[in-house]
Ligand binder design. Structure first.
Ligand code: FAD
Length: 581
């Protein structure tokens, strides 16, 4: 069952919910006309279905292989990457001045969803490269930009993000890698682990962005600097030159994303160049991390879509059980109410997540081009929600995909199991869900007294009267808004951080399902006006919103109670009481 990009829903979300028309009026985005965007989506869909999807399963089975410091990607990956470069896909969201195509993040997001749905392992290489480009664009010196940016945007050189060390995972204050000044550069020494595409055979050079400490740097996060460490040190003419002493010691054997090499990197007096100023590395890295966090959130949407499509195809084919009304006849399992419930959970949450992610992408475009603080504040509030909620839900949806397949889901043959295994990393890397939730509660709500969250809730309240014709959706959304509002008050008022953080993940989930409900309600209202244009699609959108309200949004009040009352239970046991031996 090959991947089919959900172009109809993507176009609907891009135009009706995320407002492409307004985005295209922003300076520099004049090329994002409906025709151009349509053509890009069609081409990306073809590339995803015809090039990336066919090598997804083989990538999982074969995996990337390490030998003597080199990594060989699975069959077909090199050729596919070549096509990716030739298609100019990596250049999509970057300014024309630096060799990009100057298209909005909104459009690039839809393309990214397709690439990730069809082959998540492959998509990680562009994902990290794009994060590295952003950091260099904003913080790198002109000399670094001149040498590296064009090649990375074109895709002939790829980028990595080297943060994690054995003793420094969520807590980057513990980073130990050293950077000693040496003439016009630094000598970088240390070990990094879990580096995605830290070594591979897809591109002619790899540009590592590495967090390290200079000799006099203060302890903690205030003493971290960012360095660019190329695999091959560029010659004066820009071609890859001498091999740098940054080597891949091994790659990990892991639960999923087998084709994506996860490298242990060893730096031994490697030549590195300072990016920006000393000791400001973490704030630069946050530039990469915010872009990457959004993209990982989108992985949740992408894997959900793929898992849903496969489950739907299976449910239409698999004959089992009798029709509840007509009796004797054996029917495809899609006729059974419980299978339909699972498929609707998959479909409705995928659509809600897609809508939220694309709306946030459009807000990123507004924030980038207008420097409007309100847009940026909304983006900052929503990044941990997109990352945390979409990935946690992505795992649930992929797991439902296995369930729809029954036993065939648990064996590897159908591919359903791969989606669940691949999805499992998304709640861990780029900051675990726990870390996202603490960011949301601490930095994005408590620190500013809940101002952005309340401004956002005021937008949601404006929908209430418009939903009069849909009383169930209206009530579920109103209850959701009230639940978030009460939690915001609680978080802002809480004196003890343990109480604030004990309910952080349930609060993140609440924010996600309410934000998703907001978008689905907007979708239903937009669909209502267009039913005559495409009855099947728009009626389905309204019915899917109703399902989402009854099965997902309805959880909001219970989550509110967990956030407000749950801390007592979380903190009650002493560490010895956890296991009564
Ligand atoms: C396949 C893969 C690819 C990766 N790619 C990259 C990459 O390209 N570059 C890179 O630098 N890193 C990468 N990573 C590393 C990844 O970002 C880390 O694994 C992640 O940040 C979590 O760190 P940790 O594994 O050390 O877990 P820990 O930090 O040890 O966390 C363990 C548990 O404790 C919780 N926890 C930790 N601290 C707190 C706290 N203060 N409050 C509440 N809970 C807490 C966490 O939520 C988690 O549940 C990758 C990892 C994997 C597995």
């Amino acid at each position: 069952m090959s991947y089919q990009a959900p172009l109809k829903d993507m176009r609907f979300v891009i135009n009706e919910l995320a407002g492409l028309q307004e985005v295209a009026k922003l300076p520099g985005y004049q090329d994002a006309t409906p025709d151009t965007v349509d053509a890009i989506l069609e081409q990306a869909s073809k590339f995803a279905s015809e090039v990336l999807d066919p090598i997804n399963h083989i990538g999982d089975q074969e995996g990337s292989i390490w030998s003597d410091g080199e990594v060989r990607t699975p069959k077909g990956f090199k050729a596919a990457y070549q096509q990716y470069v030739e298609g100019g896909w990596g250049a999509l969201p970057f300014d024309a001045a630096v060799g990009g195509q100057g298209l909005p993040k909104l459009v690039a997001t839809a393309v990214e969803e397709m690439l990730t749905s069809s082959n998540m392992s492959f998509s990680l290489c562009p994902l990290l490269t794009q994060g590295a480009i952003h950091a260099l664009e904003l913080c790198g010196s002109d000399a670094l930009k001149d040498t590296y940016l064009a090649k990375m945007i074109q895709g002939s050189w790829t980028g990595t993000m080297n943060l994690t060390e054995p003793q420094a995972g969520s807590d980057l204050a513990l980073v130990r890698t050293r950077a000693v000044p040496h003439g016009d550069h630094y000598k970088i020494s240390g070990q990094k682990i879990f580096i995605t595409y830290g070594e591979h055979d897809l591109s002619e050079n790899i540009v590592h962005l590495v967090l390290a400490r200079t000799p006099q740097a203060p302890e903690g996060v205030k003493g971290i600097s960012l360095f660019l460490v190329p695999k091959f040190i560029p010659n004066k003419d820009g071609t890859p030159g001498k091999r740098n002493s940054a080597r891949c010691a091994s790659i990990e054997h892991k639960l999923g994303i087998h084709a994506s090499p996860t490298a242990v990197m060893v730096f031994e007096d490697a030549v590195g160049y300072l990016v920006g100023e000393e000791n400001k590395g973490l704030s630069y890295m946050f530039i990469m991390m915010n872009a990457a966090r959004f993209s990982v959130g989108l992985e949740g949407v992408s894997i959900s879509e793929r898992a849903f499509q496969r489950a739907l195809a299976y449910a239409k084919e698999r004959l089992q059980g009798r029709d509840l009304v007509e009796g004797a006849k054996t029917v495809p399992i899609i006729k059974h109410p419980d299978v339909r419930r699972m498929l609707m959970l998959m479909k409705s949450q995928t659509e809600a997540m897609r809508a939220l992610a694309y709306v946030v992408a459009a807000a990123m475009d507004f924030a980038h081009k207008t420097r409007n603080k309100a847009h940026q504040a909304f983006v900052d509030l929503m990044i941990p929600v997109v990352k945390g909620w979409c990935t946690e839900t992505g795992i649930e949806v992929a797991s439902l995909g296995v369930q729809v397949h029954g036993g065939m889901g648990f064996v590897e043959e159908t591919g359903a199991a791969q989606y669940l295994r691949d999805a499992r990393i998304t709640t861990i890397y780029e900051g675990t869900t726990g870390i996202q939730a603490m960011d949301l509660v601490g930095r994005k709500i408590a620190r500013e007294g809940g101002a952005t969250a309340r401004a956002w809730l005021a937008e949601l309240k404006k929908l209430d009267a418009k939903l009069a014709a849909h009383p169930e959706i209206r009530k579920a959304l109103a209850d959701g808004v009230k639940a978030v509002e009460e939690c915001v008050d609680f978080i802002v008022g809480a004196k003890d951080p343990r109480v604030q953080f004990a309910g952080a993940v349930p609060f993140l989930k609440l924010m996600g399902i309410v934000a998703g409900g907001w978008q689905m309600a907007r979708a239903a209202l937009a669909a209502e006006k267009k039913v005559s244009e495409d009855k099947a699609f728009y009626e389905a959108k309204i019915a899917t919103t109703r399902f989402y309200a009854d099965h997902v949004l309805v959880q909001a009040p219970a989550l509110r109670n967990t956030v407000v009352n749950g801390a007592a239970g979380v903190m009650a046991l002493s560490e010895d009481q956890f296991l009564a031996a």
